[in-house]
Design a protein around this ligand. Structure first.
Ligand SMILES: [Fe+2]
Length: 234
């Protein structure tokens, strides 16, 4: 599901047999819709997972937990309240018979993780598709050098896995990792000098993050912001 103008992607996984559901990177203010889809499918939300602490939008995870009793799941070192289950690389969450695994992938933030399900990697803002490159590293806890070095985590995955990114412009075709190895400018870079030059260009192009002063405290304290600031696109 692509939510509004923020280009933030929410992923909904439903196991048809057990009717269990998992939401990944659900966005506050749009999550009633996410819940209505789950309800219409006759499923129950088990886990609400955030790939990292978002700076551009408020996570819906804490409110989903409050409303449904689901687990709010994030990486083990995340500095936020409201999380009920911390995961690391030894954890496996089951969605029916489908395993979800977690791969530490810091740099965009220091709590970013890739979620692996068979045939797919949900990369958050650690990796986008094609020209999108990767997420910016100039936001709180972002570290370009760490992000560049952490790209080696992708060596764990075959060319065939699909890259399901956390953002990408509307209409972007999701591609597999092999295609990205050929076409994503970041994955073709050999040196950190190239990487940091690309990042600095992005920071200039993208400019300030509209909702950062609302999103970061709301995400850290697991508190809903005032309703009138939530309906503006980021
Ligand atoms: Fe992000």
């Amino acid at each position: 599901m692509l939510h509004g103008d923020s280009w933030a992607k929410t992923y909904l996984l439903i196991d048809e047999e057990s009717k269990q559901a998992i939401l990944i990177d659900s966005v506050f203010g749009r999550h009633e819709y996410d819940l209505s889809v789950i309800q219409a499918r006759g499923a129950t939300l088990q886990h609400a997972i955030a790939t990292h602490t978002h700076a551009d939008h408020v996570t819906a995870c804490f409110d989903l937990r409050e409303k449904t009793g689901c687990e709010y799941v994030m990486w083990k070192d995340t500095v936020s309240l409201g999380i009920s289950k911390f995961v690391d690389e030894d954890d496996v969450l089951m969605l029916g018979k489908t395993p979800l695994k977690f791969h530490f992938s810091p740099g965009h933030t220091n709590d970013s993780m890739i979620i692996e399900i068979p045939g797919h990697i949900l990369t958050g803002d650690f990796l986008f598709n094609g020209e999108g490159g990767v997420g910016r590293d100039d936001l709180p806890s972002g570290r370009p050098k760490i992000h560049f070095e952490a790209l080696s985590v992708l060596n764990r995955f075959d060319d065939e896995v699909m890259v399901q990114s956390g953002h990408d412009p509307p209409g972007t075709v999701m591609r597999n990792l092999g295609w990205n190895r050929e076409n994503n400018p970041i994955l073709k870079m050999k040196t950190y000098a190239e990487y940091i030059a690309w990042q600095e260009r992005q920071w200039e192009i993208l400019g300030p993050v509209t909702q950062i002063k609302i999103a970061v405290p709301a995400n850290i304290f697991a508190e809903a912001p005032e309703s009138d600031v939530m309906n503006k696109p980021s």
